[in-house]
Design a protein around this ligand. Sequence first.
Ligand code: G3P
Length: 229
Amino acid sequence: MGTLSVRKPVIVVNFKTYPEASGQGALAIAALCEQVSVETGASIVVAPPLMDLAVVASKVKIPVFAQHLDGVPSGSTTGHVTVENAKASGAAGTLVNHSERRLRISEIHELIDRTRASGLLSIVCTNNLAVSRACAAMEPDFVAIEPPELIGGDISVTTANPKIVADTVESIKTISRNVGVLCGAGVKNGRDVAKALELGADGVLLASGVVKAKDRKAVLLDLVSGLKD
Ligand code: G3P
């Protein structure tokens, strides 16, 4: 079963709902991430499609995150995926408020509280400094700054907007020392990862750079090379 803690610095691979990263594809990419993590000692987290979470978590030892959960209690709530459901399926944590799955602030707060109470980790995605600050005050495990206009593109946030990364790191430090900072959008290679760490981030969150790669292992090894000094 996937481990329940996340070592920094970390590379978080979000599979989104890409068809090639669903079902058997999700298992294959997660297994590759695990292999690279074991071979290099790098901290890698995977976030497969929700439907694949349980089976992926039963097969790999690296942490497996949900891409989104519903902040409702378990029990008499039909058609939701609760924090307790995810925990029972082997999740180590969840993304919250991804740009492609935005929530209201009260829902973000509810989810952070529920994950903490259940012993799961939370990575709250944010789109600007004000939202990052507001979310950091709720003390999730990580805030991940991702300018929406750069998501899925070829230019990394660390190149297109290094200031937003540095400002987020700086600002969150003044709010809580317990909140890690990730950055994402357009991250593709080891240079982008190294730059993220240089800007003070604790790691990166990425999707298409891995999922869409022709040689995923080569890309993962390159990404991981950016974690080294
Ligand atoms: O969750 C990561 C994501 O939003 C960034 O996507 O494809 O730009 O790495 P991508």
